[in-house]
Design a protein around this ligand. Structure first.
Ligand SMILES: [Zn+2]
Length: 278
């Protein structure tokens, strides 16, 4: 897993720019509330941790027109809106142009509103709230960014624990067939709050199960290659080192918690066992 690139810029100025492109009555409605939107933006950008326990939006349900026009800033076809959304995709590191940061399995074809736009319409167009995401993760996450005042998903602009390994795999036998089982482990340097968010993120997106399926569909081919390499003269030690190189290459490009890297890590540590089972 990797941190996403936040496009930054002056978020409030972008909001003012989008208002200037609007027609009435939206233009007047948004102009009248823009100082309140600025206060909400400052809270998100400067004091994000306060939001998980914030009772509700600064815009009450009764302000239905204001809420509708705030959400309309995201869905509008104004050039500012289109440019800003396109920039979020185009500025990501190459890996995250191809893979959804939430799962690293599928293409990020949508932008997820980290904080849902029905609940907090003032963040509908805030770039820091818009994270590239695949259809599957977007649908599973839906509006459940928090429960009981606790965040349940990794925020790929704000969170910064991707250098710590928390995803691991163990070799197991399923009906005499080798398989890898993924699990999460907390390192001493990862605090409880962050580890809990990681656990919920994986649970709600069913990532351990998905990684297991992907990995085990490749494992028998990988073990066949290992067997052929041993037959052609490679030592166990050399084979283990070769698997470690694959692990490190994937980790360098996709982060230490990328399932494919973790798969090679487990294989490199269990060469003898894998060869003896087959
Ligand atoms: Zn995804």
């Amino acid at each position: 897993m990797l941190r996403c690139y936040y496009i930054g810029g002056d978020e409030f100025l972008e909001f003012e720019n989008i208002i200037s492109e609007k027609n009435n009555p939206g233009k007047n409605i948004l102009t009248n509330i823009k100082s309140r939107v600025n206060i909400s933006y400052r809270q998100y950008l400067d004091r994000f941790d306060e939001l998980e326990s914030k009772v509700s939006s600064d815009f009450e349900l009764i302000e239905s027109e204001e809420r509708r026009h705030l959400q309309g800033c995201y869905s509008s076809l104004t050039s500012i809106s289109r440019k800003r959304k396109a920039l979020i995709y185009s500025e990501q590191p190459d890996v995250l142009k191809t893979f959804c940061p939430f799962c690293l399995l599928d293409k990020p074809r949508t932008l997820d509103h980290y904080i849902g736009q029905d609940e907090f319409p003032e963040y509908s167009f805030l770039a820091k709230n818009l994270i590239p995401c695949c259809y599957d993760c977007n649908q599973k996450k839906n509006t459940t960014w928090r429960r009981n005042d606790k965040r349940r998903f990794i925020h790929f602009y704000n969170d910064d624990f991707f250098g710590e390994q928390f995803l691991f795999a163990d070799l197991i036998l399923v009906s005499n067939t080798p398989a890898l089982r993924f699990s999460l482990k907390q390192s001493p340097t990862l605090n409880d709050t962050n580890f809990q968010i990681i656990q919920w993120h994986f649970e709600d997106l069913e990532l351990l199960e998905q990684y297991g399926l992907r990995c085990n569909s490749l494992l028998s081919t990988e073990v066949k290659i290992m067997t052929q390499q041993i037959a052609s003269g490679l030592s166990i030690q050399q084979l283990s080192e070769q698997l470690s190189i694959s692990e490190n290459n994937f980790a360098n490009d996709f982060g230490v918690n990328y399932w494919h890297s973790v798969m090679y890590q487990c294989m490199s540590q269990n060469v003898n066992e894998l060869l003896s089972i087959m």
